[in-house]
Design a protein around this ligand. Structure first.
Ligand SMILES: C[S@@+](CC[C@H](N)C(=O)[O-])C[C@H]1O[C@@H](n2cnc3c(N)ncnc32)[C@H](O)[C@@H]1O
Length: 286
């Protein structure tokens, strides 16, 4: 079920997509080194039972982690679709999931309730520049005074890097996976007018949106996606799946030949990995 406009580009009901989102989550958490930025946690006594909301929660994997680590916290997830939600029996009792389109204001009952609001990887769901500000404003309304919002995006224009030793036969051969991604920007650009620019400049856009939403002390914690060497292979698999699935969705199932897919598989197996910048933009409600 979906509450209204649905711009999700991949099939969110698919078990593979759920596994991909959850693997992507692990990669982000490892790269950043935290779920909630330590500066936000430091504003509360260590034993405080925090109220946390996630907007665009997807599979709710982020909130499920918090539920396991902090059983006394109250957790609410919102998404435009409940298709990727875990079934009610599999949800921790401290976690409630709701349907809501974040481009529309949240009902007043949620205003001023939360200590922390978390958002991550909503770029593809944003259309015009106003959408970023609108979503930031609605999310900020969920915060109580003194609460903090953290919004994580990447400059999602990854570079694919070779880790295997160079070979003579590689001369003049561009990595197929890099070509897929370079091609994607041309396919996605016209289809997603307004999104193309934030794909490479989210941090500036997100910080501007947080300020426009009235948040203060806005700043950006930036890490490289390969900060932890162990995550390289994981992100490579996640990004390869995104690239391949998006291209098929935009150009049809035949967009990549069996040879293409085999070559991409070989590149990934040879140690190919992706690197990009992960931005956690943070703002405080006065
Ligand atoms: C790429 S997924 C990220 C999920 C999750 N934040 C994570 O990092 O694992 C983007 C999510 O945003 C949701 N979404 C898209 N448009 C939305 C909207 N207008 N309001 C609320 N959620 C939305 C999608 O349904 C999807 O679950």
């Amino acid at each position: 079920m979906s509450s209204s406009d649905d711009s999700y580009l991949l099939d969110r009901t698919n078990a593979t997509e759920t596994a991909r989102l959850n693997a992507q989550h692990e990669g982000y958490i490892t790269a950043l080194g935290y779920h909630i930025h330590p500066a936000i946690l430091a504003a509360h006594p260590p034993t405080a039972a925090l109220k946390v909301a996630e907007v665009g929660t997807g599979t709710a994997i982020f909130l499920q982690d918090l539920a396991a680590a902090h059983p006394s916290w109250t957790l609410h997830g919102f998404d435009i679709s409940d298709a990727a939600y875990p079934p009610p029996v599999a949800r921790p009792t401290s976690l409630a999931l709701h349907l809501h389109d974040a481009k529309t204001p949240f009902p007043a009952e949620w205003h001023g309730v939360f200590d922390v609001v978390h958002m991550r990887l909503l770029t593809v769901a944003m259309g015009a520049r106003e959408d970023w500000t609108r979503v930031a404003r609605h999310a900020a309304q969920l915060l109580r005074p003194g609460g903090a919002l953290q919004w994580c995006e990447s400059n999602y224009n990854p570079t694919f890097l070779r880790t295997a030793a160079a070979r003579a036969e590689d001369a003049g051969v561009t990595l197929r996976m890099q070509e897929v991604f370079d091609g994607l920007y041309h396919v996605l650009g016209p289809a997603m007018a307004g999104v193309y620019e934030p794909f490479t400049g989210e941090a500036v856009v997100v910080k501007g949106a947080l300020r426009a939403a009235g948040l203060q002390r806005v700043w950006d914690d930036v890490v490289s996606s390969d900060r932890d060497i162990e995550t390289r292979g994981k992100f490579a698999r996640v990004n390869t799946a995104v690239g391949v699935n998006l291209l098929k969705k935009m150009r049809g199932e035949d967009a990549l030949s069996a040879q293409d897919l085999e070559r991409i598989e070989q590149e990934t197996a040879s140690g190919l990995y992706t690197r990009f910048d992960v931005h956690m933009c943070i703002g405080w409600k006065p």
